[in-house]
Design a protein around this ligand. Sequence first.
Ligand code: UN1
Length: 480
Amino acid sequence: MTDTLQLRHWINGERAGADLSAESLNPSDTRDVVARMPVGGAAEVDQAVSAAKAAFDGWAEASPEVRSDVLDRAGSLVMERRELIGRLLSREEGKTLAEGIGETARAARVLKYFAGEALRLHGQNLASIRPGVEVQTYRQPIGVFGLITPWNFPIAIPAWKIAPAIAFGNTVVIKPASLTPATAEALIAILHEAGLPDGVVNMVIGDGDVGRAIVAHDDVAGISFTGSQKVGAGVAEGAMKRQARVQLEMGGKNPLIVLDDADLDRAVQIALDGSFFSTGQRCTASSRLIVQDGIHDRFVAALVERLKGLKVGDALDPSTNIGPAVSEDQREVSYCYMAVASDEGGRIVAGGDRLQLDRPGWYVRPTLITETAPAMRINNEEVFGPVASTIRVASYEEALDVANGVEFGLSAGIVTASLNYARDFQRRAKAGMTMVNLPTAGVDYHVPFGGSKKSSYGAREQGFGAADFYTQIKTSYSAG
Ligand code: UN1
């Protein structure tokens, strides 16, 4: 586990870039250098976009069967190698080995799903208002897509952006997160091994300069971004300036409501999973636990008990339940919010202290903060770490008000035995996804994904939603 990979960009089917001046480190043990890599900029983005543009016509006109076969083969290869790639993912990102292998399998399923969707792109026949005229709609590929992907799902998110883009005949330039390029590169290499023509998928490794160059490039017809709300706002502005289509998946401050009638063990398990697994580094994580008075104290006591039993440790150690934060900065954000929350009057009832293990890594103990109020910063700003707060409420109506009272609206959950409350919540929760008796995080790969308010912008990702973003409808009229 100490070999250091040598990464390169992928431009026009070739590995490119000789100066490996950047490193990706293992967050579980920062003495371990996972990969060395080049740092790209506007010049590499320009080369990658030119390659993608040159490949577009051939790929767009290829039989859908050709596109389907590449995705299907790539899906099989990723699935076969899920242990190896999952291990690389955990070593580079810090989620546990089970989570790393699980995410890799999910990426394989995404590729397989879009292998099928490549053959299912359909349009409509409509009656014209003019006799003798026929109207048809069909979906066409658009051109080069720029994909900007985050570190927290370093293979699944690249897969769920690349797969629909190329399934429907587009070409791609992807910028993987600078903290996790090795995992993304494994996917790009497999796509080429599976027979992808040169230039259809290009990858430029680097930092914000690469993202900015993609957003500003005139030949990039659309941009799909997953990351923070702040960066996303800049991406949208840049895209808008030149009328590129844009899709943003950003933060969350996802509520989980626990009503008095909930099954206690179930509620605790759901909160534990949604708030703390994957080190809380999911935009769908439940960071606000909104708990009704009658169950509140029992719920907190049982959750604290479960938190004590979780082992924080090296992601590759099979006994670890919670891996490290991805980076020092990310760890410090968690510690910073613990301080902010306790200064505002919150009570830390689990975790909260600095954790040092026997190796240098970015470890954070899962932390629960009680007695918090909806207006506090801890209940409005995304932490992106294993930190959750509880808010005590008197009734379902109050819980719903609190749940809806933030600027984000990605995923929202409720734990209840009441069909009435569950149905009402599904209707009235201001979120793109609602979860009844399920964690707010952990979604299916074959259905649309996305939020409302400041969480998302543009067409939905994944499932049947993906065709809306990666194709354009043409309406054709004809008279006999
Ligand atoms: C999940 O909860 O299964 O970046 C997926 C994220 C989301 C994906 C979450 N875009 O965390």
